[in-house]
Design a protein around this ligand. Structure first.
Ligand SMILES: *Cc1c(COP(=O)(O)O)cnc(C)c1O
Length: 424
């Protein structure tokens, strides 16, 4: 295996991590990250930023041996591995409870690489019909180039998943998001993984909305993918992605002869890795605050009789499933939506909320300011209207990614004033 030294390098961290996980009744991703020693060679507190594309060898034979994966502690070229990327990947793997991770230049780079790596021409994918618009477009339109077809199903309906798998024995991947957009339904990862494995397929899960809250690979998924653009980085200053899984799998992604990541080259810039690495260390505090604010709004929306959607209250159809899968202490996520009936009313309310300072009319999520958008007209607009209807999406749905507001009651009042102005 090419560069198996990375495995060994990682292996040392992992032995400790495995010991740590086995000795805990509950998995705690934040503590797993916090326990990693990040000091650099000069005893600086942060890992050194390595902005080299290529690396030297003191002796020529070491280069040859490195190509053959026979050395330990040597880097060759940054499209494959870079020390800054490795430092971030160690923490992401600790967070997920996986052996390894690899970072990409965008979330879609992570998703498309992970998908392309599993399928050959003529293979099949069973995917959630509510998946992120870009992912949906890639599977529905782009993969046709390679004669890879996709059946889109309602992931809440496990019988439909089973049926799709039975009808397509050439299925190589079951693909879902842990929490979907914008209805915030939760996928039953343990059950889906059993079904996928029974059919000889892998379960790939996009956990972008719920880092730390859920650990899909610990629940049975084979691969977890992220858009780090959102919560993980949290400052909306870059796009980035991650792929987490077994060491064998990550090594296959960067294999020189057949690795999708090595050959398509979606690697994340190491300068950016270093900055995301620092933001990752406050992710647990941010997730708790985003979740606390969304929960507060959900309770207030309920009191005043808004049509709202939040998975942290027992009224949500997946509340119990959520509780059965979650890592405790990180809340129920920062995403919440309200249904304003029509797209026109939603637009007017969003404009007023922006004027009043609730937050910004923008797509994306996981930012320190509140972001809101009308899902049907934005992030889900790649999803055909009939499927939008089938998944129960209203055209007046406003999705909020709650910010880190310190005075959430004041935010609630501004939202209420904006809604009341157009609800007469
Ligand atoms: C944003 C997003 C993506 C795409 O990530 P990029 O970083 O924009 O490429 C994929 N999945 C989900 C759930 C997202 O929210």
């Amino acid at each position: 295996m090419f560069f198996s030294y990375i495995c060994i390098f990682f292996g040392n961290q992992q032995n400790y991590l495995t010991f740590y996980i086995l000795n805990m009744s509950k998995f705690d991703p934040a503590t797993a990250i916090q326990r990693i020693d990040g000091r650099d060679a000069n005893r600086g507190v942060n890992p050194a930023i390595c902005d080299s594309a290529t690396f030297t060898f003191p002796e020529a034979h070491l280069m040859t041996e490195t190509f053959h994966g026979e050395t330990e502690g040597y880097f060759l070229y940054s499209r494959h591995w870079n020390p800054s990327n490795l430092a971030l990947c160690q923490r992401l793997a600790a967070m997920e409870g996986t052996e390894m991770a690899w970072v990409t230049g965008s979330g879609l780079a992570a998703i498309t690489s992970a998908l392309l790596h599993e399928v050959n021409a003529g293979d099949h994918i069973v995917a959630s019909m509510t998946t992120y618009g870009g992912t949906f477009a890639f599977m529905a339109n782009y993969l046709k180039k390679f004669n890879v077809n996709c059946t889109f199903v309602n992931m809440q309906n496990l019988d439909a998943v089973k049926k799709a798998l039975a009808e397509h024995p050439n299925t190589k991947v079951v693909y879902t998001e842990t929490m979907n957009n914008p209805l915030l339904r939760i996928a039953n990862i343990p059950e889906l993984s059993k079904m996928a494995h029974a059919a000889g397929a892998k379960l790939i899960v996009d956990n972008t909305f719920t880092p730390m809250i859920f650990s899909p690979c610990r629940l049975g998924a084979d691969v977890t993918v992220y858009s780090m653009t959102k919560y993980i980085n949290g400052t909306n200053d870059c796009v980035a992605g991650a792929i987490c899984g077994s060491a064998e799998y990550i090594n296959s992604l960067i294999d020189v002869n057949n690795g999708t990541c090595m050959l398509l080259g979606p690697v994340l810039d190491p300068m950016r890795s270093a900055s995301i690495n620092k933001n990752l260390h406050t992710l647990h505090i941010r997730m708790k605050k985003h979740g606390e604010n969304a929960m507060y709004l959900a309770k207030r929306f309920k009191e005043v009789g808004f049509k709202y959607n939040y998975p942290g209250l027992p009224e949500h159809p997946d509340y119990e499933l959520f509780c059965s899968m979650m890592n405790e202490g990180y809340g129920f996520g920062g995403m919440i939506s309200i249904d304003m009936g029509t797209a026109d009313r939603a637009s007017k309310i969003m404009e007023l909320m922006q004027q009043k300072g609730v937050g910004y009319l923008a797509v994306s999520l996981g930012y320190f300011k509140t972001l809101f958008s009308n899902s049907g007209k934005s992030t889900s607009s790649e999803v055909p209207e009939d499927i939008q209807k089938e998944m129960g999406m209203s055209e007046g749905l406003i999705r909020f990614s709650m910010g880190l507001d310190n005075d959430i009651e004041a935010t609630f009042q501004l939202i209420k004033e904006s809604v009341d102005a157009f609800n007469k």
